[in-house]
Design a binder for this molecule. Sequence first.
Ligand SMILES: [Zn+2]
Length: 558
Amino acid sequence: MEKAIIYARVSTKEQAEEGYSLASQIKLLRDYVDKNSLDVVREFVIPESASGRQERKTFKEMMEYCKKRGISHILCEKVDRITRNLQDAVWIDGWLQDNQERRIHFVKQNLVIHQNAKSYEKFQWDIYVVLARQYSNNLSEETKKGLVEKAEEGWYPGPNKCGYVTVGDRGHKVWEIDRSATSEAPFIFKAFTLYSQGGYTISTIRDKLFKEGWMSPSGGMLPRASIHTVLSDPFYCGKFMWNGKEYEGKHEPIIHEETFALAQQKLKRQLKNGKVRKHEFLYAGLLHCASCKSSVSAEVQKGHTYYRCTQYRPCKERKCVREEAITAQIIHALDALRIIHADVTDWLRRALKECHEGEKHYHARVMKDLTDKLTKIKARIDLLYDDRADKRIDKEFFEERLSQNRRQQQEVIRKIARHKEAAINYAKTASDILAVSQGARELFERLELKDKRDLFKFILSDARLQDGTLLFAYNAPFNKVHEIATFQPQDSRENKGVLEALWGARSAMLPGLDDFPTGEAIKFFKQLFGILEFPATTAEQAERFAAMSLYSSSIFFQ
Ligand SMILES: [Zn+2]
């Protein structure tokens, strides 16, 4: 008999409801064991009173136990028993990947996941795992949030700016003009002034200021590109760019805004006249070599741009790849996001619509409940004051009841604030993502270099060149769109079956999320794209590109 372990867990909330006791869960799992001739060597049970930390500890213990004792079967009631904590899903997936004998049984859902499980079963599981991965990756979003806050306070959160120094402790750094003897600030001031007044090009400015002592750390002339970077940086007139957005800075500017504006006009003109050839390559910094992981550099030869391994590390890769050849492969990758099956598109559209409606109703209902509650508390407080004024209640009772009501009031106000924040339109972002993916190819072809690069980064990652072939991964959630788009069941009957299975699996797959709309579709999308909410950057990017896309996201609401 093969060895198995049982993992059971209930939350306090469920415990109160009928048929959800820990005992009934364990009984279900034990019955399954008997029927499937497995041998349970240990039961890992998370009592309803367990704290999150205890829960994690038991889970870790279980995984270690399975690995150490070579146990290949984990029995569990439902998927959400094990994926309450998203990191756990990633661990389980890794455990399954390591050995094809290993299985996790979701007994109530009749779902057994292993390496050779049926494709749609794996699809369900994959959605979980990908989301879980995305979620843990997005923890770094918190850091990003901190940086955005800093930017909003008016302090550039980025790295060095020549001519400036940072002062203050980590996290509270502010920018000041560098007034040391070796400061570049006077040169920057002069470069702007001369350039904006006219009669100078970047080259002549470079020559003039080099003679006056503006040089690279090695003592050479500064590259023209560095001067160009300085002259086009709004930081020097008191603003700054962060994540594609302009902010008003609190740092002291080196030059006046007008000087900066003049310089920008001249830069544009100089570019047009072709006096400055700015080497901006489409895929610069976006690719690396598949064999040695070195970066891939671009160069122009006979009017064509070529990319090849920099061979920073020893590497046999010698192939030069023309930019057009890379673009063709990217176009192919973007094309692969297009969902061709009409019934799948139809299904997504229906689900999105339901999701959108559900979200609206849910939000409205919650807000109404909360404001009603607030009104009631307010009335109770008023009454207390009246009663006290009329001496119907004593001081002690009055104060006790008053503070009790005030506490409730604060709680409700907090909840309202939270829900207002959470009202970021989930369905909107989901449909934006679909719109972007469905129109990605045309969008990419139409966009300007910078936007093209942004779109590339939004959709693709880990792009590598291997003997001229572009290898890459789709970023979440586009990997899921790709999976849907390329899902090719054998025949239409099975196709229908898979769709039904997906449709039916939606609720079964959902972790216990108390705070979500009751509509089923939103649950599915939350699994498909991201658990609680899209990271702000994803939502922003999706909105930005959807707006540029020919495929208006509204097609998904028709
Ligand atoms: Zn290489």
